[in-house]
Design a protein around this ligand. Sequence first.
Ligand code: F0G
Length: 461
Amino acid sequence: MTEQKRSWAEPYKIKMVELLKMTSKEDRQKAIAEAGYNTFLLKSEDVYIDLLTDSGTSAMSDRQWAALMMGDEAYAGSANFYNLEKVVREYYTYKELIPTHQGRGAEHIMSRLLIKEGDYVPGNMYFTTTRLHQELAGGKFVDVIVDEAHDAGSEYPWKGNVCMKKMQKLVDEVGADKIPYISLEGCVNMAGGQPFSMANLRELKAFCDKYKIMIMLDATRCCENSYFIQQNEKGYENKSVKEILHEMCAMTDGCTISAKKDSLVNIGGFFACNDPDLAAKARNMCVMYEGLHTYGGLAGRDMEAMAIGIQESAMDSHQKARIGQVHYLGEKLLKAGIPLVTPFGGHAIFLDAKKFLPHLNQEEFPAQALAAALYVESGVRAMERGNISAGRDPETKKNRNPKLELVRLTIPRRVYTQAHMDVVAESVIALYEKRSQIKGLEFVYEPEHLRFFQATFKPKA
Ligand code: F0G
């Protein structure tokens, strides 16, 4: 047997457990109705297996917990900031670090500094908070991801790639001086956790150098992206995740990161770059919106846990088990004929709600309805990533009706076992057998920004 075909196992053992609460179907029916059919509004104590998100939900290691005791809670110049800075330089290459309370804090600072009213910001698909901050800063997001990314069934292995033709078209139409940077996300969340290839980044860098457009990485899941490159891109099979991450970041001008994902902490994020002038401006913004630039809204202990989490996240053995577990769930569902986004991405398995619920039209919010029904069926909490997440077009005010109408089964890192994955698969399969009974939803309350977090619904009559 070759090394790759052997089954993976977690590269850790369990020292402490958290008991789960089981609920009855009647309890769950009541809970989802009270939550307005929005899984974000459920109380976590009413959830059995929580696959809402991989954000801030990972299990920290004993080394990270021990690091909390090393918190230097000085207002200014905390030792933990300097430790974090050293680790960020070593793993992500950027010289300048501005910590923030989480990813969107960094997105806010970067968008305000780099985008002028009337600018265009291309990206390999939108992310909800990222695009919102671009729009609030006066920019217009332009999707330049490859077409395959919008096709749930396409088997293309690099669905996170940027389409260079779309980039060229944008430059030709609006002019490079209206494009401050491209926002490049690793393991593109909204496409299903899909990676870009190093070859694509190299091509993008040559293009951006020519037109003097910066590349700003959304490095939230770039360790996972690096693992895909190691596994699937020629020439990288003998490189470590850390080496690949290094090479990736070195081709870009800076990054925002939500450390709540890859970096294995419950809270935290940062903006990082190489340009000292940009960093000085970012530090000044940080003090207004996040906190002094040596803590950015975080406690010293959080920065220390992050420094260790970054090192653990780039371990090959960690990524092998992490992505191995996600793919284990995917294979089980695929075998049972459940419509899914393929190839499987890094952090989640995505159900294709349009195919799962062909009797609903997209204005009846199939993914939202499916996530609610899965919860009632099994106590498994998932998240809508479709029409509700996409929101309304700021000009036409119409629902964006994206091609992808997905339910995300997001796997927290180092939290659940293979047996939990079996239970999740059985729950989805049981629901698939009675899918025709699932009704569409209509809005009861629709907030103005990032509506998916707080909207409420009722079943359509
Ligand atoms: N960028 C990406 C790619 C993300 O997935 C997220 C958050 C952010 C930025 C924002 O970071 O939450 O720390 O402010 N994604 C979470 C999720 C919410 O569930 O996918 P944040």
